[in-house]
Design a protein around this ligand. Structure first.
Ligand code: URA
Length: 238
């Protein structure tokens, strides 16, 4: 049976940060099976113990799934000495959840980034074998043409020994398009456009697998996925 520290249980359940939940325990506000807890490091069994804070039962959720509309200017990492990271822009209530990003977006790329503590789902989504589509919106310095569509369809050589899988280029204006790719190579879309002699001036991820970015989230805003969105995400790798 799963066991964990009481302070971790409480912070994973979004009661507060590790520091805040330690204070709650010290103040005698936390009960485990009806007995006041006095140690943050005491071991609890989340599936069977009844844990209450100030008389309120805390429901345990093992996994959390957060959607962030990543703003430009932050890097996709959990810590960095030089730049702000996606963790810095996350809503405070998600900061204690031990989340990590599912894949990467470049510092200047915006859009859909999932953060979760579900390692198995992350692994599946990022597995090259699962061929999970990622859809981006791009604005280009240049004019797109039918030949670009054909080249993307064939796969673009990124180096001497690597050509991308066939990708879809949907041109929606002279300088803008949706691009669907099935891998996540370093600067992949920028390099694909470089190959057709075009430069990206704006890039935003709008979909990952079956899950779409909630366009009501402004860059920098985050929220928990709904149950049906979690199912959509999981259905991308079934
Ligand atoms: N391709 C890129 O070039 N950059 C990203 O951030 C994502 C895909």
């Amino acid at each position: 049976m799963k066991r964990m520290r009481l302070d971790r249980f409480l912070s994973n359940s979004k009661v507060g940060s590790r520091k805040e939940v330690k204070t709650l325990i010290k103040e005698g506000l936390v009960e485990v099976n009806g007995i006041t807890a006095n140690r943050p490091d005491s071991i609890v069994y989340p599936q069977s113990d009844v844990i209450q804070v100030d008389g309120q039962k805390i429901e345990y959720r093992e996994f959390h799934y957060i959607m962030l509309n990543k703003p430009a200017g932050v890097i996709t990492a959990t810590k960095d000495k030089h730049h702000n990271t996606v963790m810095d822009v996350l809503d405070d209530k998600f900061k204690s959840l031990d989340l990590f990003p599912v894949g990467r977006l470049d510092i200047d790329t915006e859009g859909l980034l999932i953060l979760t503590n579900d390692g198995k789902l992350t692994h599946n989504i990022l597995s090259p074998k699962k061929l999970v589509p990622k859809i981006y919106f791009a604005i280009i310095d240049g004019v797109l043409n039918k030949n670009d569509i054909e080249l993307f369809k064939k796969g673009i050589p990124l180096s001497e020994n690597y050509t991308t899988l066939p990708a879809k280029l949907d041109i929606i204006g002279p300088d803008r398009a949706y691009i669907t790719i099935y891998e996540g190579k370093f600067h992949q879309i920028k390099r694909m456009f470089e190959y057709v002699n075009k430069k990206i001036i704006y890039l935003k991820r709008i979909q990952m697998g079956n899950l779409k970015l909630d366009e009501t989230l402004s860059p920098g805003e985050s929220r928990e996925l709904t149950e049906s969105e979690i199912e959509l995400l999981k259905s991308s790798v079934d």
